[in-house]
Ligand binder design. Structure first.
Ligand code: NIG
Ligand code: FE
Length: 412
């Protein structure tokens, strides 16, 4: 099966060789070819170049005149498997309650956990697949999905099984993360260590045996899990073959980033509150910072200081955080826009952060995130636009005409 795109106005994120991620110093360059062709064979990018070198072959061809092609978005942080919504809390927040006050009165993560515990696996799958289908049409070609709205053995495993089923049934790349340590359930209110022990003794061995997760995550935050809890979770996860990724510095900077680095976490996510030492300690590590600007937008909390981090040489990835409480949106186009508008990232930096750096934050950098021979043909074909700057400029909208996953067009 071959597919040829010809007359592409500009082919973005072209990288001849495989790379891990781009540091802050490299992120402002988005390599591209103008007036290009792209050949896909058996779902994989097999060739590309200038139109003058376009192979003269009789295969299915798409004329991309006036249109741009870029790799599909890589969303390295989401919670799209959840039951029901929390629009009442949204209204409470408009009326002045904070995220912490809402959680204290029984809302928040525990509210979603209750709903999820009462929802069957089939129903949970059906609700979640709609969100997945929605984000695919918005150009997402790889996504990480977390558990963490179950908080009991059965409900956490139910979430992970739903993720596994999504993986089997959809053509995008999916990575699963065990986020059992997302909040302390009521039954363990005065026994947090008992809850952590339950996660460790009862759930982790099953996850390992059934290969239900790639990563382990913990919400390291005042009122949730401490730096010591984070150490325990990351260390135990590692023993079960899971790489760390942490929710950290969302509301308070308590030293979780340093724990993440010490434990070779793949990513540290949120980072709305960053101390100078947090930035300095992340330098020259393999742990990639991940910003979630849609969460800041929705909650009205500070944005991750992306400019300062990038100017200090740190790499950065962008992701959605799609979840019912802090970010009910999985739109990577919006994330890229708002990163430019609110965090003053350049379009080049934002597109790099949402593709190649996002791929690294899921350990998928050898499969997707750039136009490189041998990588999956997960592609966004834009409408006719003047330049790629129009992608972040047209905020709240998107410029996508078609999405291709493994070389196949995704139909509505
Ligand atoms: O990443 N911060 C922790 N977890 C989620 C939100 C959880 C919720 O409110 O349901 C997040 O923002
Ligand atoms: Fe999150």
């Amino acid at each position: 099966m071959k597919l040829l795109f010809k007359n592409i106005k500009e082919l973005l994120q072209v990288r001849e060789t495989y790379i891990d991620f781009l540091s802050g110093k490299e992120m402002n360059i988005l390599p591209s070819i103008k007036n290009a062709f792209l050949l896909v064979e058996n779902g994989v990018i097999s060739d590309y170049g200038e139109m003058k070198n376009c192979p003269k072959i009789k295969v299915k061809t798409i004329d991309a005149k006036g249109k741009i092609i870029l790799p599909a978005w890589c969303d390295s942080h989401s919670h799209i498997v959840y039951a029901g919504n929390r629009e009442n809390e949204f209204v409470d927040r408009i009326k002045g309650l904070t995220y912490a006050e809402i959680a204290a009165k029984g809302g928040g993560i525990l509210n979603s956990a209750k709903k999820l515990q009462e929802t069957s696996e089939t129903e949970l799958y059906n609700q979640s697949k709609k969100r997945l289908e929605e984000v695919i049409l918005l150009g997402t070609g790889a996504i990480e999905i977390k558990s963490g709205y179950g908080l009991t053995k059965d409900a956490e495993l139910k979430m992970l099984r739903v993720i596994q089923k999504l993986k089997e049934n959809y053509p995008l790349e999916i990575k699963a993360t065990f986020l059992g340590a997302h909040a302390v359930p009521k039954e363990y209110k005065n026994n947090k260590s008992g809850f952590l022990q339950m996660l460790i003794d009862e759930i982790l061995p099953i996850i390992e045996k059934e290969n239900l997760a790639d990563f382990i995550d913990v919400f390291c935050e005042e009122g949730y899990f401490s730096v010591e809890d984070t150490q325990l979770i990351l260390e135990t996860g590692r023993k079960h073959g899971l790489v760390g990724k942490i929710h950290v510095n969302q509301f308070n900077a308590i030293g979780g980033i340093q724990k993440g680095i010490e434990n070779n976490a793949l990513s540290v996510d949120h980072l709305e509150e960053m101390r100078n030492e947090d930035i300095l300690d992340l330098k020259n590590t393999k742990t990639i910072p991940v910003a979630l600007p849609s969460c800041s937008y929705f909650l009205g909390i500070p944005y991750t200081p992306a400019r300062k981090m990038i100017d200090n040489g740190l790499p950065l990835a962008l992701a959605t955080d799609y979840n019912p409480g802090s970010t009910p949106s999985g739109n990577m186009n919006f994330v890229v826009s708002i990163a430019c508008i609110k965090m003053k990232m350049t379009p080049e930096e934002a597109i790099n952060a949402a593709t190649i750096n996002g791929a690294y934050a899921m350990n998928l950098q050898h499969k997707t995130g750039s136009i490189t021979k041998g990588k999956l043909a997960n592609l966004i074909l834009t409408k006719e636009i003047n330049s790629y700057n129009f992608i972040p400029y047209s905020f709240g909208n998107h410029c996508i005409e078609k999405v291709f996953l493994k070389g196949k067009e995704i139909k509505k």
